[in-house]
Design a protein around this ligand. Structure first.
Ligand SMILES: Nc1ncnc2c1ncn2[C@@H]1O[C@H](COP(=O)(O)OP(=O)(O)OP(=O)(O)O)[C@@H](O)[C@H]1O
Ligand SMILES: [Mg+2]
Length: 268
């Protein structure tokens, strides 16, 4: 079942914000759960004042002994409220040591906890680096969303990582432009396609470029746990952009086909 990995290669382009925002506005069919797999440690527990447990440590323990993968998230997740939507979240302690130990447990052979669920698992994989424990996870992912701000530095970095990502045999690679970049999506797509074709001798269509996301401090503050959402929070530009993104991603996420464009999976 579908695994959507969110990662980035430079800066702080909004990966955690995007993982939570996508889950908050997901269509009903997705029934998303956010899993914090960032090897540098999680942020959602502190930002949203969740309990320390259950966490990714419990998810890893459940993955070792689980009978039915569907039950794992009932045991290991907490409900994070974004306005009237309860988003199931498997948080991770800050610091990262426990996450670095837990992630291989989630992706090891015979451990299908991230892929055998009947819901879209949105994995916040943090910053991609050599030797990162999330590489096996990226290989299992149906979609790898690489957040990039469209400026010269970040695009250059993502271009250099494209080879590794293509070689890793991940699912559909989507470069998502974060807020605040200088170049339009078309220009970034041309640069990356030329690199894939010329340097990697690959199929330039293997990489899709979407975005940019709007610079929306209000919505970002809601997703940071710093601002209580107003009644019309779904209309905030960033939330609306995340909702539209599901339409682009749905074809690559092999759950049952979307029934409708309804959102608000678990309204309380
Ligand atoms: N589209 C956006 N508009 C305005 N602010 C944003 C947007 N996306 C993210 N932010 C803000 O940028 C900051 C960093 O976001 P986030 O925590 O998602 O980064 P990250 O890519 O996960 O990096 P790291 O894991 O290193 O923190 C947060 O304060 C967040 O509110
Ligand atoms: Mg983050």
């Amino acid at each position: 079942m579908p695994l959507l990995a969110v990662t980035y290669v430079k800066g702080r382009p909004g990966a955690t914000t995007t993982a939570l925002g996508l889950a908050a506005v997901a269509p009903e069919w997705a029934r998303p759960v956010v899993v914090e797999c960032d090897p540098a440690g999680g942020d959602l527990t502190r930002r949203h004042r969740l309990r320390a447990a259950p966490s990714i440590v419990d998810l890893a323990a459940a993955a070792r002994g689980v009978a039915s993968p569907g039950d794992v998230y009932a045991v290991a997740s907490q409900q994070l409220l974004v306005a009237d939507v309860a988003v199931p979240v498997v948080g991770a302690p800050a610091g990262g040591a426990q996450t670095r130990a837990a992630v291989p447990e989630l992706t090891g052979s015979g451990r299908a906890v991230l892929t055998a669920s009947d819901r879209v698992v949105v994995a916040d994989c943090g910053r991609l680096g050599p030797g990162s424990p999330v590489w096996p996870l990226l290989r299992q992912a149906d979609v790898v969303l690489v957040l990039v701000r469209a400026n010269a530095d970040e695009v250059a970095h993502v271009r250099e990582h494209l080879g590794e990502l293509v070689d890793a045999g991940t699912g559909r690679m989507v470069v998502l432009l974060g807020a605040g970049g200088a170049y339009p999506a078309g220009e970034v797509a041309d640069v990356l396609a030329a690199h894939v074709r010329g340097e990697l001798a690959g199929d330039p269509e293997a990489v899709v470029v979407l975005g940019p996301l709007p610079d929306d401090r209000r919505a970002a503050a809601v997703l940071d746990g710093d601002l209580v959402a107003g009644a019309r929070w779904r209309r905030l530009p960033l939330m609306a952009a995340y909702a539209r993104l599901w339409t682009d991603l749905a074809p690559y996420l092999p759950v049952v086909a979307p029934q409708s464009s309804d959102t608000a999976p678990e309204a309380t």
